[in-house]
Design a protein around this ligand. Structure first.
Ligand code: SF4
Ligand code: SF4
Length: 137
């Protein structure tokens, strides 16, 4: 198994610092790979990243919700969305996303399609090479 980052991720980066095996990689380019991605072959399932995420975006793979009920006001970020999100990340840097959407209270979302991009990022996407062009966002 592995842990999975879902579209609730808005690149706060709080999780990355605690991973003991450094298997969490910020996606680049951001509009194509908007989340931080966990290398499923390297993740040791320690769970240390989960409580560090202020947006509760990380789940064990077999617990990714198929019916996530939105509190309302939180954002998802995903390829193809066109809404805007701005914030400040865990290191004080600016977050600007143009692939976002704010959720309505009670809206129900299937987050299981978010599992595959975590695998794709390392199989056919930029993988660890994205670290070389990481701009801190
Ligand atoms: S702490 Fe949460 S929102 Fe921030 S980068 Fe990690 S998964 Fe994404
Ligand atoms: S579960 Fe542990 S090893 Fe896996 S990504 Fe999170 S912190 Fe890293």
């Amino acid at each position: 198994m592995t842990f999975i980052i879902t579209s609730l991720c808005v690149r706060d980066r709080g999780c990355i610092d605690v991973c003991p095996v450094e298997c969490m990689v910020p996606g680049q380019p951001v509009n194509e790979w908007p989340w931080i991605y966990i290398d499923p072959d390297t993740c040791i399932d320690c769970g240390a990243c989960v409580p560090e995420c202020p947006f509760a975006a990380i789940f064990p793979e077999d617990e990714v919700p198929s019916a996530y009920t939105a509190k309302g006001g939180e954002y998802i970020s995903n390829v193809g969305l066109t809404g805007h999100f701005e914030g400040t990340n865990h290191h004080g840097g600016k977050i600007v996303l143009d692939t976002a959407r704010q959720l309505e209270p009670g809206e129900v979302l299937d987050l299981t399609p978010d599992i595959k991009p975590n695998y794709d990022f390392f199989k056919t996407g930029p993988g660890y090479g994205a670290k070389d062009i990481d701009d801190g966002m």
